[in-house]
Write a protein that binds this ligand. Structure first.
Ligand code: HEC
Length: 202
């Protein structure tokens, strides 16, 4: 199931994206955006594929394992493959250790909420910026994640959750705030941080 609309220009840019042989400093801002778009699509497709197959078998505890164990494992694998930090954060968070936005991410999520308020579709919500932190510069990218109907089993109203799902979630996530969502709301975002080499400094 595809949920992100990827503009054709981005796909073309991906095919022209730098290879491992290209020096990191040769990356343009647009190439970094295209690469971040590609990797977040990969993460999303892999996660929703695994989640949907567990849900279609009606196996909620397997689906919870997908979100709890496989999601962090997939993003760690992609982070290692690319040498970037690739993760996901929530507007309200179930796992505070892994899903809490940092202040920059929080401000982008707030801006995404504002953009939704002006009628922008969630599938268009991306933001890319070069951010300075002390001596270092980072390319940072975020892409909004919307709530779909298949998320509600675990992120919808608590009183409408299946009793076993609710029990597992309450046991495992005592600080859970990631429920009560409705379809079409912003659930969070994928987030990518690429360190930029010194050579890219002005
Ligand atoms: C079967 C239950 C289940 C379903 C269905 C589910 N999730 Fe989750 N979700 C979880 C669990 C459990 C976590 C906490 C994972 C962890 O421990 O890091 C989570 C965490 C998240 C996070 C990370 C931020 C946080 O709150 O910790 C995002 C973003 C998220 N889910 C989005 C979605 C979206 C979007 C969908 C629908 C496409 C979805 N989830 C469907 C159970 C589910």
């Amino acid at each position: 199931m595809k949920y992100f609309a990827i503009p054709l220009t981005a796909l073309l840019a991906v095919s022209a994206a730098p290879t491992a042989q290209t020096a990191e400093s040769d990356f343009t801002f647009e190439q970094r955006i295209a690469a971040a778009e590609a990797v977040t699509s990969e993460l999303f497709d892999e996660l929703s594929g695994r989640l949907n197959s567990a849900l279609s078998e009606g196996d909620h505890s397997a689906a919870i394992r997908v979100c709890r164990d496989e999601a962090p494992a997939i993003k760690t694998r992609l982070s290692l493959e690319h040498g970037w930090h690739i993760s996901r954060v929530g507007t309200r968070v179930r796992n505070p250790l892994l899903g809490t936005p940092d202040p920059w991410e929080r401000s982008v999520l707030d801006d995404f909420e504002r953009r939704i308020g002006t009628g922008e579709p969630i599938t268009d919500l991306t933001h890319a910026e070069v951010v300075e932190a002390g001596e270092k510069r980072y390319f940072r990218y975020m892409r909004g994640i919307g709530v779909q109907s298949n998320c509600l089993a675990c992120h919808g109203a608590r009183e409408q959750m299946d009793a076993p799902v609710r029990r597992i979630l309450e046991e495992r996530y005592p600080h859970d705030r990631a429920f009560g969502y409705e379809v079409g709301e912003l659930r969070g975002a994928f987030t990518v941080i690429q360190p930029m080499p010194e050579a890219e400094r002005e």
